[in-house]
Design a binder for this molecule. Structure first.
Ligand code: AHR
Length: 634
């Protein structure tokens, strides 16, 4: 028998309680959320022709072959330094083909926008663009006729005639001679909110459906960079898309389980787009900035203390970019990009997974500068990557002394750890900093092991643990699963919340757990007890309960981690007899069960109606199940 007291608020549930952690890992941005189909569209990768194939060209017999693309490099003030000078010797033979991000996902009857920058057409009258499927068939085509010596952007919208998961874009020419090309780009017209050259609709929809309290971006380790020179610099990701200087991704081959030597950041999804995405999905933006330490799992390079100023200035300027008036330096850039209204930034994170005195010393400088200039901004600090050990204790101790507001903790642990640690926050200091459980995920095999699965055991164990996060909502203010997304052919880390290929996507069982908690976070924590004690895994039963003042509901979450059915009787205080409600169940009797691109909703919630007699509710919790009871209370 469990007692639920809907009448008494124990703590407020923060609107930011359940959020999203986004990092450009596993092709989550380029090749994923950012809907661009052409890889290395502006020939800026370290190997400038990476992603491009010239089947009939041979650089060793230049005079005899059908033509060649040479990369011309120049220095200017923008980030776009290269273009391709194409020499066509034999128009019928020369082809330039882009392979896309593990192919290009093309949908029958969908419209696509081709755009290209062209200059100096000498002897070339027309450029043809064809989408070629896996069998070599043309499934969409268009062409443009260059008419200017100067750089000019040409656009054409065309409709695909067939579907292909791994199409390629072929470029051919009419005439013989030279022509300069840059920013060869192909987007679906149908993007999220119809934004021109925007984000992949199905993927954003999965995020929006979670009703996330915040969007943390852009990572993760990519914030810090392998070296300081290769760190993420937000200022290089705003302004005209063609001028953004790309960067090798920290998750490029060398640091990944998979071969991804072609992993670069085009920054088509840059800071403006992140703020816009957060706004679109109703999430608080939570940017994380580097603290002046390169990733401590790589070089750990430190910026000397007397050279820290530009890093701190980046944080100050970012707040102005997000919130400043349109006549301020950075507010003006935001306005020019199409958003004169402020983005309403309230949080900023300093440092990802950094630890030791080096972190604290630098963090202090950021904290002072931000608090002086923007006292209303909440600063999120980090405790390092491991939720235990000397560094962790040191970090917390020091940050407490600095009156840190919210501390980010990360844990990638076995499923059992999650089941056994639902009490983790029960003893945290109620008067100290608040917690951001910023990255966590149950690892079925080992941390980031390529063998990891998003199976039901991991999701069920996370659900059990999450009742503990919720029960401690007076201390835990923000939480997010990590990583968020993975391309099935180009990942570096498992498990991940959402998987996709070039056409489709699906939420894992872990996704449905996150979504269930986030959609039912309520506004006020209330108590659920057995013999006066909270349920933290006794007889494999975990529970938490909230009241939702907006919808007048009592919401009880019950997780049965045993293989047996469990009878539970809820005694409900503060609920009118005869109330109606719903029971949402997420379950599988096989702990190894998963969702997949072929069986996307294998494990997904089922809803049943409930009628409550008197003030009691008898439930039979199914084996291995997450149950959300929603009762209308007024
Ligand atoms: O989520 C994957 C990585 O795990 C993040 O980039 C990093 O912060 C953590 O180590």
């Amino acid at each position: 028998e469990l007692k639920v007291n809907a009448a008494k608020t124990v703590a407020e549930i923060q609107p930011t309680m359940y959020g999203i952690f986004f990092e450009d890992i596993n092709f989550a941005a380029d090749g994923g959320l950012y809907a661009e189909k052409v890889k290395n569209r502006s020939f800026e990768f370290e190997l400038p022709k990476m992603g491009w194939i010239e089947p009939n060209s041979d650089r060793h017999s230049f005079n005899k072959n059908s033509g060649i693309a040479r990369i011309i490099q120049f220095q200017d003030t923008t980030g776009n330094h290269n273009f391709a000078r194409i020499t066509v010797n034999d128009a019928s033979g020369y082809k330039l083909i882009n392979e896309g991000y593990r192919g290009m996902g093309i949908k029958k009857d969908a419209e696509y926008r081709l755009s290209v920058e062209v200059a100096q057409p000498k002897g070339i009258e027309k450029i043809h663009f064809k989408l070629i499927d896996e069998d070599g068939e043309v499934i969409g085509e268009t062409s443009i006729s260059p008419d200017s010596e100067q750089w000019k952007t040409y656009e054409s919208v065309f409709t695909a005639t067939e579907t292909a998961e791994k199409a390629k874009l072929q470029v051919t020419f009419e005439g013989n001679g030279d022509i300069d090309l840059d920013m060869i780009s192909l987007f679906p017209v149908d993007t999220w909110k119809g934004r021109k050259n925007g984000l992949r609709k199905d993927l954003v929809q999965l995020l929006a459906d979670m009703d996330p309290g915040f969007l943390r971006f852009p990572g993760g380790c990519i914030v810090e960079g392998r070296t300081l020179a290769k760190r993420y610099q937000w200022k290089k990701t705003v302004g005209p898309v063609e001028d953004r200087e790309l960067l090798v991704n920290r998750w490029n081959t060398e640091f990944s389980h998979r071969l991804t030597p072609d992993y670069y950041q085009s920054f088509g999804l840059g800071y403006y787009e992140y703020f816009q995405l957060a706004e679109d999905i109703g999430a608080e933006p939570l940017p994380i900035l580097g603290v002046g330490i390169a990733c401590q799992f790589n070089t750990g390079e430190l910026v000397p203390m007397d050279e820290l100023d530009p890093y701190v200035q980046d944080a100050i300027d970012l707040i102005q970019f997000a919130n400043g008036p349109v006549d301020s330096k950075w507010g003006k850039i935001r306005a020019e990009m199409g958003h004169p209204e402020p983005f309403g930034l309230e949080y900023i994170g300093i440092g990802n997974e950094q630890w030791g005195p080096e972190y604290i010393e630098r963090f202090k400088v950021f904290q002072k500068a931000i608090q002086e200039k923007y006292p209303d901004i909440t600063i999120v600090s980090g405790s390092g990557p491991f939720p235990e050990g000397d560094y962790f204790d040191y970090g917390w101790e020091q940050l407490k002394k600095l009156n840190a507001e919210i501390i980010d903790e990360h844990y990638y642990k076995p499923p059992k750890w999650f089941r056994e640690n639902a009490t983790r926050y029960d003893d945290y200091d109620r008067n100290g900093p608040k917690v951001f459980a910023g990255e966590y995920a149950a690892q079925s095999v080992g941390i980031a092991s390529p063998e990891n699965k998003n199976n039901w055991e991991t999701a069920l164990s996370e659900a059990a643990f999450m009742t503990g996060l919720e029960r401690n909502a007076d201390v835990v203010y923000m939480t997010s699963y990590a990583p968020l997304m993975a391309h099935k052919d180009a990942w570096q880390w498992t498990p991940d919340l959402i998987w996709f290929d070039n056409l489709k996507s699906y939420g894992t069982p872990n996704y449905y757990v996150q979504k269930l908690f986030a959609n039912n976070k309520g506004t006020d924590l209330v108590s659920v007890t057995e013999n006066g004690k909270p349920l933290t895994g006794q007889q494999d039963l975990y529970a938490s309960a909230v009241r939702d003042e907006k919808n007048n509901q009592l919401i009880v979450k019950l997780v049965n981690t045993s293989k047996k059915e469990m009878e539970v009787e809820l005694k409900l205080k503060g609920v009118k007899p005869g109330s109606k409600g719903d029971l949402i169940v997420l379950k599988d009797d096989d702990l190894s069960a998963e969702n997949s691109l072929e069986n996307r909703k294998n494990i997904s919630p089922e809803v049943k109606s409930l009628e409550i007699d008197g003030r009691e509710l008898e439930l039979e919790l199914e084996p291995y199940s997450v149950n959300v009871v929603k009762i209308n209370i007024k």
